[in-house]
Design a protein around this ligand. Structure first.
Ligand SMILES: [Zn+2]
Length: 543
């Protein structure tokens, strides 16, 4: 019998909505911020840094009232007061102090070089600004923190001054003194050594770590800092952040909770059952950003538990521990066995099971399907990232998919010319002629688009007769083309990602042809047929 030793608490500070919003191309609306904050709160993050009130209209509105959060502390970011001004005369700091935040994380310089060059003030004036600003946070009864900007570079250049900044913050009432690797170039062994030295001056229970991923070590640096004493970790969902991103919270959380060497020593505010919503949280963020999820992201990516070789596949089915470092279900992910050129029967059985096709392992149709998949893969198809096409193929080979409609012909015209204003324009126009199964009259549709595939997609979906309600909410969200060489001629493989805006469901379909338009059309057709199959759309009985 053993009793678990008391574990130390690690506090998780999420900055997706503040530092993560520095990512190129990312602009959160107030509504986006509310949705993401709710997801983070539900997951159990200790701090949600929502932005910088006073810096822009969106953040000011977001901080005008506390969002409906449970245990998470609503945190505002701000700057320490400017030298030569009093706290009460600094409108930027006042906006932060008067916001609806529970906690305030101010940023201050800790590299003497930046104090001199960027601020143009003395080292002592900088310490004074930091001290007075933090005391002002404490005075309005909010929790105070300091992000020590450029801490590690500053420490290497002038350790005494960097330490003086950290110590001043602690002595001025900062609950957390956060050591920032702002440029992201510090390596794990350096972080560990420096944090150990800092922890002799400021207790580790008040130290935080904030890293960037410029050497792909942001997560490793965060863990190194924890080993050396830090008890708060700052990071972002999916590692969002400028340049190469911030420390990836989606990797840090399961590492802390599932790896025994961490989990035996530390605990977080996240409940094990909430860990199972991690994959969902990661995907929701991608959804809001309208990005395709990163397939190879550790723990939560679609490929994180995907295994290709046949021999591994059969071993995994017997004993998952042989090839997986954690159970995929623990983070809300799932195991995937890929249908590939090496695919054996066990692979295809597992894939069928995953897409929900029930077959006995001795069913002779499995062999037929396997031969078909292999034949198609030899001619350029790949089902590894086209689940919907795979399911369609499988169910068709079992006779489960009715013919909803048939395309009689299509054509696409691409024309480049000068318009009335004398500007050069390129126009694409497509027409599609099809028969809904059971109808004797064809449906003709014509549409224009910004490119041939877009025009074809629009023409195809413009009128599908009785199926219009099924496809109304379907959108093409991503389109990838790959030219496969080898053999005598080049072949084009097209991968289409579709989104049902009504349900949020995404699916992938594939098309292959020597002709890029043909390949695209095939993938578009699969997408629509998949949707109709999933909806169980009705087919007219043939006479
Ligand atoms: Zn940062």
């Amino acid at each position: 019998m053993t009793t678990a030793a008391a574990r130390e608490r690690i506090y998780l500070f999420d900055t997706t909505l503040r530092d993560g919003a520095q990512t190129t191309g990312v602009d959160f609306s107030v509504e986006d911020k509310r949705r993401i904050a709710a997801v983070l709160d539900d997951l159990g993050l200790d701090y949600i840094e929502g932005g910088y009130p006073g810096a822009n209209a969106i953040d000011s509105e977001f901080f005008s009232a506390r969002p409906n959060l449970g245990a998470s502390r609503f945190t505002a970011f701000g700057m320490t007061k400017r030298a030569g001004r009093s706290v009460s005369n600094d409108p930027g700091l006042q906006a932060v102090l008067q916001s609806a935040a529970d906690s305030i994380c101010l940023v201050g310089k800790s590299w003497d070089y930046h104090v001199r060059v960027a601020l143009g003030i003395t080292n002592d004036e900088n310490l004074q600004s930091i001290a007075e600003s933090l005391k002002a946070v404490v005075a309005v009864k909010k929790e105070a923190m300091l992000d020590c900007e450029h801490f590690f570079d500053g420490f290497k250049a002038n350790p005494e001054y960097a330490l003086a900044v950290a110590r001043t913050a602690y002595d001025s009432g900062a609950r957390w003194v956060v050591l920032c690797d702002t440029n992201g170039g510090t390596l794990p062994h350096e972080v560990e050594a420096i944090v150990e030295r800092v922890a002799r001056h400021v207790p580790g229970a008040s130290l935080g770590i904030h890293t960037h991923n410029d050497t792909e070590n942001a997560v490793a640096n965060s863990l190194a800092a924890v080993r050396a004493g830090c008890r708060q970790i700052q990071g972002t969902l999916n590692g969002l952040g400028e340049r190469c991103g911030n420390a990836n919270m989606t990797s840090i959380i399961p590492t802390l909770m599932l790896k025994p060497e961490m989990a035996n020593r530390f605990e977080t505010g996240i409940a094990p059952e909430k860990l199972r919503s991690l994959t969902h949280a990661s995907r929701v963020l991608d959804e809001i950003l309208n990005r395709a999820p990163h397939r190879h992201q550790p723990y939560v990516g679609e490929a994180a538990f995907a295994t290709k070789a046949g021999i591994h596949a059969s071993a995994i089915l017997k004993d998952p521990d042989t090839y997986e470092h954690i159970r995929p279900e623990s983070v809300g992910n799932r195991r995937r066995l890929l249908v590939s050129q090496q695919a054996g029967k066990s692979n295809i059985m597992a894939e069928l099971e995953r897409v929900g096709v029930a077959l006995d392992k001795d069913d002779p149709r499995i062999g037929t399907l396997l031969d078909e998949v292999k034949g198609r893969e030899a001619s350029g198809y790949s089902y590894e990232s086209a689940d919907a096409s795979f399911e369609l193929l499988a169910r068709r080979s079992l006779g489960e998919v009715p013919k909803f409609f048939s395309v009689d012909s299509f054509s696409v015209v691409v024309q480049r010319r000068y318009n009335a204003k004398g500007e050069q324009v390129t126009l694409s126009k497509a027409d599609v002629k099809l028969f809904i199964n059971g109808d004797s009259e064809p449906l003709w549709s014509v549409a224009e688009g910004n490119g041939p595939v877009n025009a074809l997609d629009r023409a195809l979906r413009k009128d599908l007769g009785r199926y219009n309600t099924n496809i109304r909410s379907v959108e093409l969200v991503d389109y990838k083309v790959r030219i496969l060489t080898g053999g005598t001629e080049a072949v084009t493989r097209v991968l289409v990602e579709s989104l049902d805006t009504a349900t949020g469901e995404r699916w992938f379909t594939v098309g292959v042809s020597p002709n890029i338009i043909d390949a695209s059309f095939e993938a578009l057709l699969d997408s629509i047929n998949y949707k109709l199959m999933k909806d169980g759309a009705a087919v007219a009985h043939e006479a």
